[in-house]
Design a protein around this ligand. Sequence first.
Ligand SMILES: [Zn+2]
Ligand SMILES: [Zn+2]
Length: 357
Amino acid sequence: MDRASVRAIKRIGCAFLFLFLSLSVFSAILSVHFIDVGQGDAILIQTPDGKNILIDGGPVEAFPTLDDYLRSQGVEVLEIVIATHPHADHIGGLSKIFAEYPVARVYMPRVSHTTVLYRNLLLAVREAGLKIQTARMDMDVTVEEGILFRLLGPVRDDYEELNNHSVVIYLAFQEVSFLFMGDAETDAEADLMKRKLIPDADVLKVAHHGSRSSTSEAFLKKVEPTYAVISCGKNNDYGHPHASVLKRLRLYAREVFRTDRNGALLFETNGVALRISDKDGWLVLPSSFPSESEGGLYIGNRKSKIFHVPSCDFLPDEKNRVYFSSVEEALNEGFRPCGLCRPLAREGKASGGNYPK
Ligand SMILES: [Zn+2]
Ligand SMILES: [Zn+2]
């Protein structure tokens, strides 16, 4: 073999390596599912390496829903289970989780409760051969490289209100972050803020189902969430979420999603952009999100009825966007192709562009 061919082979090798690296970067997706368990919380996190983390298990009667959901997402093993606090709408389904899924690690706050549900949970953990690890303030939990999973609270273990013992969790994957507040109330928020433990976050799991005993204005000012999620049941007995909290959230967050209206909500991020969907389809789909797996992606302007490829310089405001997976779909909906980016000529091409910050 002559020198030129050796060089050519090396070059091709480099190109393949580069392609492989960029593909593996793009396919690294972190998913956060806010499962619709009615009045309660159950959140599934799936890491880029395929680890599953469950925060709370909803009320006991929602276990079949939770179980079906986990199985539909291919969950067979749970790396971490967190019981944020011992209330029934958070731990009800967890005993069965420990009975039916292998779990590697379990975290709970240092607080006990007198209910049968709580006692059963402790028994189920013991029967699974696990030892509960105490969730403490400002404690990093190892998940995998590239994922920051930090327990921010509970700050104290002498609160009177059980909700304030909630494990508060900060999750970050590159530039995108989530803050899960459990049912923490304003006392816990204040303690966290006093210790400068409240970060800003892109997505806020609103505390205590949107109750007015949580989510103070000072807290929201600190978090400045782009999106807020409320996990609550339809027509629940508590009147959650409270109108005053919704009003505050709308002031600080770009959008507020609710499991009682949206059903299960799925947030997916590649570490830079964030896309959000519910059972009916996309709620937020930024143009920079890799869309190879879905084939085409086209963005229409619901006002002008013109559609574009995601890399077009003339995309509509996010609030006016509608998304299509094919040119046919857009045309069928009565949209016309943009004359600049010419979607018809580029059918099937992958997208590019930058996520609008
Ligand atoms: Zn609670
Ligand atoms: Zn609750």
